[in-house]
Design a protein around this ligand. Structure first.
Ligand SMILES: O=C(O)CCC(=O)C(=O)O
Ligand SMILES: [Fe+2]
Length: 319
């Protein structure tokens, strides 16, 4: 694959199935219509796009995001977004430890919540999961802390025709919060008090590209509907094995000023776990675009089972 000059920007794919670097652009400035369309095209073609050496503060990141859709508002996990910027979700484990106590890491590891949950697509327990997320690095450690994304369309396309026709018919429940009373602590309470449950098709038809992608989520899918628990586990393990195949992924090394913009309707990502034993700072800030309700190959939409859909003006759990 070679670099393509798209209007004013340069789009350079960086892995066989996913990811492109975008250059010749300053995203702190308002963009013209053609540039916005060129970025959308790159996002839909490559699933995650990366920018380097951008000088964004919170306001500029929010303004950049708003050119692509409506942003989500503050959320129950994060009761203290930066002053005056409720749309910003800051990822920095030290902040969570300050707020929820020193055992936060241990608690999250045990419950597989949030930062340590491994592979996930953002907030698919909502009936209208985010369309996209835009993450900016402010402070990065000297070593480690890379993020990896995978292409869920490539993962679907790699299945045999027989398996495709089978998974095309399935639906699965995605759940966040409402765990048992065994969970203790302010963080667990915050998550449990905001139960979100949705039933989604296991294969999602992308509303812009029309591509089919696997839409099961190691972070949130509780079970496949209408099959036995044993069968559900076997089906999910099979699909998770497919969607995490290294050939469908791209791994990104952060620098201060790096920005990653991913299509949350066609990707999953893996937050790094190689820093848990190191005392280093890693601070990133995210804005999140509100999404549409998924639709399966049979035209059926997802259904809400608990909680409320994302809107611009109320709190919802964000992972
Ligand atoms: O910390 C990271 O690299 C990714 C965090 C994450 O999962 C997110 O921003 O949605
Ligand atoms: Fe995430």
């Amino acid at each position: 694959m070679t670099a393509v000059q798209e209007k004013t920007i340069t789009v350079r794919p960086i892995a066989g199935h996913i990811g492109a670097n975008i250059s010749d652009i300053d995203i702190s400035q308002p963009l013209d219509k053609d540039t916005i369309q060129a970025l959308k095209n790159a996002l839909h073609a490559h699933k995650v796009i990366f920018f380097r050496d951008q000088e964004l503060d919170h306001a500029a990141q929010i303004a950049f995001g708003r050119q692509f859709g409506e942003l989500t508002y503050a959320h129950p996990h994060d009761d203290a977004p930066p002053n005056g910027h409720p749309e910003i979700f800051t990822i920095d484990p030290r902040r969570y430890e300050e707020r929820y106590g020193k055992d936060f890491k241990e608690q999250t590891r045990k419950r597989q919540y949030s930062y340590f949950s491994g592979w996930h697509t953002d907030v698919t327990a909502a009936v209208n999961p985010p369309a996209a997320s835009i993450l900016r690095a402010e402070v990065v450690p000297e070593v480690g802390g890379d993020t990896t994304w995978t292409n869920l369309v490539a993962a679907y396309n790699g299945l045999s025709d027989q398996l495709k026709s089978f998974v095309d018919t399935l639906r699965a429940e995605h759940r966040y919060g409402g765990a048992s009373k065994v969970d203790e602590g302010a963080y667990a309470k915050r998550v449990n008090d905001n139960l979100l449950v949705a039933e989604h098709p296991v294969v999602r038809v992308h509303p812009v590209t029309g591509e089919k992608g696997l839409f099961v989520n190691p972070g949130f899918t509780s079970h496949v509907v209408g099959v036995s628990p044993h069968e559900s586990k076997a089906i999910l393990d099979l699909l998770y094995g497919e969607l995490t195949r290294p050939e469908y992924t791209v791994r990104f090394r952060w620098e201060p000023g790096s920005v990653a913009f991913w299509d949350n309707r066609a990707t999953a990502h893996l937050a790094p776990r190689d820093l848990e034993h190191l005392d280093v700072q890693r601070t990133l800030h995210r804005v999140t675009l509100i999404g549409d309700t998924p639709v399966g190959p049979d035209g059926r939409e997802s259904t809400l089972l608990a909680g409320r859909p994302f809107t611009a003006d109320h709190a919802v759990v964000v992972d």
